[in-house]
Design a protein around this ligand. Structure first.
Ligand code: FE2
Ligand code: FE2
Length: 193
């Protein structure tokens, strides 16, 4: 996908400057990780998904939430729906799975999504994107990036009975990337310097 198309989508879906900056940073970090790991990664797909992963955020802010599910997971689904509508279903699949804690079909039903949906990163592109999105200075306390960091999110996850499972999934994802030669210390230096 070219830059012009990405910019058109930002405009059409009212993406804020802050979010654009965030998505560019995540795309940069994703590609750095993709270079480190010994996995076969579709870099074009990864870059496009990273640049668009929060496309649905403009429709999630403002406190006008249907429920907890809507407020936490809503923008993942909006991103997916928008990209499918635009004809980019492959990118939609990776982009919408950008949360490293993931959400299984059973959990999504508990969060009020009747049909059930899986937002668990299940491809190497999605795993890298999900790790990169959560790998932010403000999220890394005591160098442990596998915990649910904010108190609000932790209590929400607890309420839906998925705190332990979510952290285990993230740990698994993290270990998988490290096993495939992701250099965590080098990344830490990169974001904290
Ligand atoms: Fe997001
Ligand atoms: Fe994000």
């Amino acid at each position: 996908m070219d830059q012009e198309t990405v910019d058109k989508l930002y405009k059409k879906y009212n993406v804020t400057k802050d979010k654009i900056l965030h998505m560019r940073q995540v795309a940069k970090l994703s590609l750095i990780i993709a270079e480190m790991v010994n996995l076969k990664v579709d870099k074009q797909l990864l870059a496009a998904a990273a640049l668009l992963h929060d496309l649905g955020t403009a429709y999630y802010r403002g406190g006008d939430y249907k429920d907890d599910f809507d407020s936490y997971w809503g923008h993942h689904l909006k991103t997916r729906d928008f990209l499918i509508k635009e004809g980019y279903s492959k990118i939609a699949d990776v982009a919408s799975k950008h949360n490293s804690f993931g959400l299984t079909v059973a959990e999504s039903k508990k969060w009020g999504y009747k049909k059930g949906v899986s937002l668990v990163p299940d491809s190497d592109e999605a795993r890298i994107l999900a790790f990169a999105d959560g790998f932010r200075k403000e999220f890394i306390k005591k160098k442990d990036c596998t915990k649910v960091q904010s108190k609000d999110s932790a209590s929400l996850f607890k309420k839906y009975g998925m705190l332990k499972a979510a952290e285990e999934r993230k740990k698994k994802l993290f270990n998988y990337l490290v096993k495939h030669k992701m250099d965590y210390e080098a990344l830490l230096k990169l974001i904290t310097s």
